[in-house]
Design a protein around this ligand. Structure first.
Ligand code: ADP
Ligand code: ADP
Length: 224
């Protein structure tokens, strides 16, 4: 699916202009949103994920009005926020099973299939009966992806997923995102240039709520 963002603006109550007429087309595949801290990435992603209101502008996911048809969008969306909490005392399997139930997968056997598939895809099957509190940062991030993928969403939004990961975990995480991006629309925010260079077919550079550049990483990163 394709996201089309037009003139999206957001000013916080304290007067900070987080987004100033942001216009972007996000086609299927991996799209990187690169920008420093405070650029407006999280604000944009929360608005796209229907978790925050904007002041002006429009967003369409194919022909769905994202700002208006929130329930419809939520059914098609997987969102991995920057600092998502995990429940330390439950196991990976238990929590995924719980979220699958919340997503409406009522049949136990079907749920087991879905949860086992996601655990395998994210390389967590071996540790599925470990409590989440014992997971490393990288394992937690992969668990977050598994959680975001429940219900087979067509649009995946991940906010700074590689911050704080060691190099080996980053490579693993990149491979996981590449797999997902092969047949879905994945929007990835990051302040790490190599994340977009390695992974994304298209990217935008955002700073102070403005889109500065948009295009293919190979072309844009040369100019940085
Ligand atoms: P990021 O790590 O993406 O740069 P921030 O550190 O800007 O995010 O924000 C972390 C959290 O604090 C977010 O939930 C954000 O909404 C909130 N926040 C950030 N800046 C302010 C602010 N000036 N006033 C109130 N809340 C803020
Ligand atoms: P990024 O994710 O790129 O770090 P954010 O969207 O978190 O950027 O923040 C953009 C700007 O908006 C920053 O200046 C931040 O401090 C401010 N901001 C974020 N959340 C809030 C909030 N809830 N209230 C006030 N200001 C905020």
């Amino acid at each position: 699916m394709e996201l089309r963002i037009r003139n999206l603006s957001k000013t916080y109550a304290n007067g900070v202009v987080a987004l100033d007429k942001v216009t972007l087309n996000i086609p299927p595949g991996m799209f990187g949103l690169l920008g420093p801290n405070g650029a407006g990435k999280s604000t944009l992603m929360r608005i796209l994920a229907t978790l925050q209101e904007c002041d002006a502008g429009s967003v369409f996911l194919d022909d769905i009005d994202v700002l208006d048809e929130k329930d419809e969008v939520r059914r098609m969306l997987g969102y991995l926020p920057q600092d998502f909490g995990v429940y330390p005392r439950v196991t990976a399997y238990e929590l995924l099973d719980h979220f699958a139930q919340l997503k409406g997968i009522a049949n136990r056997n079907r749920r087991r299939e879905v949860v086992d598939g996601l655990l395998q895809q994210t390389n967590l099957f071996e540790v599925r009966h470990q409590k989440l509190g014992t997971f490393s940062g990288g394992m937690r991030q992969r668990f977050g992806v598994a959680q975001a993928l429940i219900g087979d969403p067509q649009l995946i939004i991940v906010d700074e997923p590689t911050a704080g990961l060691d190099p080996q975990e980053r490579v693993r995480f990149h491979n996981l995102l590449s797999d997902i991006g092969a047949d879905k629309t994945v929007l990835l925010s990051t302040h790490i240039v190599s994340d977009v260079a390695d992974l994304c077919a298209n990217m935008a550079i955002i700073n102070k709520g403005h889109v500065l550049l948009c295009g293919e990483p190979a072309r844009l990163i040369e100019g940085i």
